[in-house]
Write a protein that binds this ligand. Structure first.
Ligand code: 26V
Length: 814
């Protein structure tokens, strides 16, 4: 491949319209006249998919035959977002599509909107996987994303009359889903349970039951790379479709039982993303997709070979473990090599260690998976034996390295009771990385300190990134055009550090004003979106201030809502004069894990603050608060480009990286944030003077914990904070009910593990600085332009380049 262009799509819009008509007629069974927007969406999706097919086949052939090692990205989540616009962009068919659907009597936007967003992820970790496979394809690196096609994705969120979160199932496959191609002929058998016996001196696993893993293939088109990779998501099917004997006795439920059990495995995405669940089904899911994927890779790279030379496996493909969820792959590959292919332990270990690398995405100890050994033993008895043996070998290795016994005990992979997946991943692979500089440092200094001492060379950092195709080019066409105008080229879309070329333009008032006009247009567009989707009336002549992310105590939505309440009180009390009030609209978007009590209560509080504030004539035009339901990729694509001030206010040392922060900076929002995760690097790059920093550092947080933290002291010390908490406790946001938020109030005043109260004063103080700058639109927007110009580093293309160089040691296909 020399010339970098879009995959060949030599069609005119008239021809593309014909292709859509053909799909409508022969695949949907409707005429163009009968077709609805939903029909045209499906037809257009199939038509664009056809255009990608040839590039997909060549990429597959080159992946197998080429001399470039491929990447296997093993992830329990891929939060892809809607596909049509992205596929059109990468196939070079956007204009043809626009014209074609108009000629069929539709608006392009209505067709794009007709797609149902798949929600196969919880948040940042799943979205990162989606950004990474986009970048791998765009860079021309042969890669497979491997995961699960959950029947139900992340729940849909609604609010009831009391403002409480209500979860409803996300049955995204209820409508025709044109992207996934189910391939019954490339299935894999995945087995569970049973026992291990010895036969002729060899261990033989006799499983009790098996499921059929069937792949559903999604095309992953690169931007202007002519490459199309594969996202292979497994769905579970039963082998024993039907127990006829039971059925004949008309015990219908018994007849379908085996089917239900098998198909349950890929039925639902776990909506928790930090608490350890220790649930059997989750381990089944993990083993299911990892075992199928490893066997699939062997099938792909050693086609038709009964006795492949698997010592070459790590030269064919390198597997990235996206967090601990796929770590059972380490003992599974050992088992495959030893039990299925007859390799000895040492050879198998050499291959396995070379094959895997592990990315850690958290710092919260409770999010590091630990499985009860009894559960693994029941479900995967052979794997438990292998894990025990890995642990023995590990202990011997530590001893030989001179690690003392107590430390070695702390490092145990297998404790006798449980298996620590992060430790297994660290020992069982070649590299371990954190997802931002600070996070990687903390992994070495704290979370995995003993491991970093024993194996210093394993540890590295790869700072996260986001795809500029979806999160700038598609989400923000106005800004994209302005960037292209400013740089005189659109090459920045695949080379984001070119944005630096905008730095001088930040001094050009005309350019800054054009930027401000784009932002105003995006705000206007979001007002329309919010009216259509949520029935809200939003005043676009207010500052748009946004906090969107999963709801977690450590992310501190509480801090934001307390500051909003304090502002509300100040306006009500007349502590601030009307002239001094900067009109603001505050947007929240956040899903809480269904079982996370305080998180759900925080949502309820935000909703009720919203009700009180938005209906109070005293603050009309000055302050509005909206808790937008069901935050997802679509909302992100609409809200981020319209945002002026972005909140990244986690307690220092808790947010591994954050990727929303990158999306906002790239779309010209200014950040108010703590020195946490990738905020640190964003601030370094965009310049301290273009970032609103507040709050304690990691060191200060640690010291305060060590000295003994007493939140009540902060409550007493800052009257603004006291007043805000008193309003919550006094029933202002619960129709006078003083008990409604008692658990939350009590947590703030007595525990406050993430030190919201300790950071409140600094956070409230910095608002004056923010508002002062906002009153000077030219200066505000100049800083916003500088945020865009200096955020090119946060492209996921750059993250992938770093993985290639530091971890995978591979590159694009020739
Ligand atoms: C953990 C668990 C624990 C067991 C139950 C199910 C479950 C599901 C997901 C997770 C992963 C949580 C880790 C996570 O999402 N980390 C986020 O990763 C982002 C991408 O690296 C990063 O930007 C965020 O800071 C980090 O919180």
């Amino acid at each position: 491949m020399t010339e970098i262009t879009a995959p060949k799509s030599p069609v005119t819009s008239a021809e593309f319209a014909d292709e859509i008509r053909e799909q409508l007629k022969y695949s949907q069974g409707v005429t163009a006249e009968q077709a609805t927007a939903a029909d045209v969406y499906v037809a257009a999706a199939k038509a664009v998919r056809n255009h990608l097919a040839d590039a997909w086949f060549t990429t597959q052939a080159d992946t197998v035959n080429g001399n470039t090692k491929a990447v296997g990205y093993l992830s329990a989540e891929f939060l892809m977002g809607k596909q049509l616009e992205n596929a059109l962009l990468n196939a070079g068919l956007t204009e043809q599509f626009d014209e074609a659907v108009k000629s069929l009597g539709f608006q392009p936007k209505d067709i794009v909107d007709a797609e149902y967003e798949p929600g196969l992820g919880n948040g940042g970790l799943g979205r990162l996987a989606a950004c990474f496979i986009d970048s791998l394809a765009s860079l021309g690196v042969p890669a497979f994303g491997y995961g699960i096609q959950y029947k139900y994705g992340i729940f849909k969120q609604k609010f009831d009359e009391d403002g409480k979160q209500v979860e409803t199932p996300d049955y995204w496959l209820n409508n025709e889903e044109p992207w996934g191609h189910i391939d019954y002929n490339r299935d894999q058998k995945v087995s569970f349970g049973g026992e291990v016996v010895e036969e002729d001196g060899k261990k033989v696993w006799k499983p009790a039951w098996s499921v059929r893993a069937v792949p559903v293939d999604y095309l992953v088109p690169g931007y202007k790379s002519q490459r199309v990779n594969t996202l292979r998501l497994w769905t579970a099917k039963s082998y024993d479709e039907f127990d006829l004997l039971a059925f004949n006795k008309s015990e219908y439920m018994d007849a379908v039982k085996p089917q239900v059990k098998a198909e349950n495995i890929s039925k639902i995405l776990y909506p928790e993303d930090s608490t350890k669940v220790g649930k059997e089904l989750r381990l089944e899911q993990q083993y299911f997709f990892v075992s199928a994927s490893l066997h699939d890779a062997i099938r792909v790279f050693y086609p038709g070979q009964d006795k492949p030379d698997l010592t070459t496996f790590p030269n064919k493909i390198t597997f990235q473990l996206n967090d601990t969820h796929p770590v059972i792959g380490i003992p599974e590959l050992m088992r495959i090599l030893i039990d299925e292919y007859g390799y000895d332990w040492d050879t198998a270990w050499g291959v396995t260690q070379k094959t895997f690398n592990y990315t850690c995405h958290t710092l919260l100890p409770e999010a590091l998976e630990v499985w009860p050994a009894s559960l693994i033993g029941e479900l995967l008895p052979r794997h438990l034996e292998i894990i025990e043996k890995i642990n023995e070998q590990f202990e011997a290795e530590l001893k030989a390295k001179g690690v003392d016994e107590a430390t070695a005990k702390d490092m145990a992979i297998y404790t006798g009771d449980s298996v620590r997946m992060a430790y297994l991943a660290t020992y069982g692979g070649s590299h371990v990385n954190g997802v931002a500089e600070l996070h990687s440092q903390l992994l070495k200094d704290v979370t995995l300190k003993n491991f970093s001492d024993a194996y210093p060379d394993k540890f590295t950092n790869v700072t996260n990134g986001v795809t500029p195709r979806r999160f700038v080019k598609l989400a923000n066409p106005g800004l994209s055009d302005l960037i292209t105008e400013g740089l005189g080229t659109d090459k920045w879309v695949s080379d984001l550090e070119m944005l630096e070329g905008l730095v001088p333009l930040a001094q050009d008032d005309e350019f800054v004003k054009k930027f401000a006009a784009v932002k105003a247009a995006n705000k206007h567009a979001f007002v329309g979106f919010a009216k259509d989707h949520y029935g809200l009336d939003i005043d676009e002549n207010t500052m748009f201030n946004t906090m969107v992310k999963r709801l977690h105590e450590y992310k501190r939505q509480s801090l934001k809502i307390l500051a909003v309440i304090s502002k509300y009180a100040a306006i009500k009390n007349g502590t601030v004069s009307a002239d001094d009030i900067l009109p603001r609209t505050v947007f929240f978007g956040a899903k809480a894990a269904p079982g996370y009590y305080l998180a759900k209560m925080t949502i309820q509080l935000i909703n009720n603050v919203s009700k009180v504030v938005n209906n109070d004539p005293d603050v009309k035009g000055k302050l509005a608060v909206h808790m937008l339901p069901n935050y997802n990729i679509e909302m992100a694509q609409n809200l981020i480009p319209a945002t002026e001030l972005d909140e990244q206010i986690s307690q220092a040392g808790k947010e591994a990286s954050g990727t929303g922060n990158m999306k906002f900076a790239l779309n010209g929002a200014l950040t108010v944030g703590t020195l946490d995760g990738a905020n640190v690097e964003i601030r370094e790059r965009v310049g301290a003077e273009n970032f609103f920093l507040f709050g304690m550092t990691v060191e200060e947080v640690d010291k305060l914990y060590a000295d003994g933290y007493n939140p009540a002291k902060y409550y007493e010390a800052d009257p603004r904070l006291k007043q805000a908490i008193d309003l919550v406790a006094g029933g202002t946001f619960s129709n006078g009910d003083r008990n409604a938020y008692a658990p939350l109030v009590s947590d703030w005043l007595t525990k406050d593990w993430f030190m919201t109260l300790a950071d409140f004063s600094a956070y409230a103080d910095i608002q004056a600085e923010i508002e002062k700058l906002y009153r000077d639109p030219l200066e505000w927007n100049r800083k916003a332009v500088l945020n865009v110009a200096n955020s090119g580093f946060f492209s996921s293309d750059r993250s992938i380049e770093d993985y290639l160089e530091r971890i995978w040691h591979t590159g694009p296909l020739a």
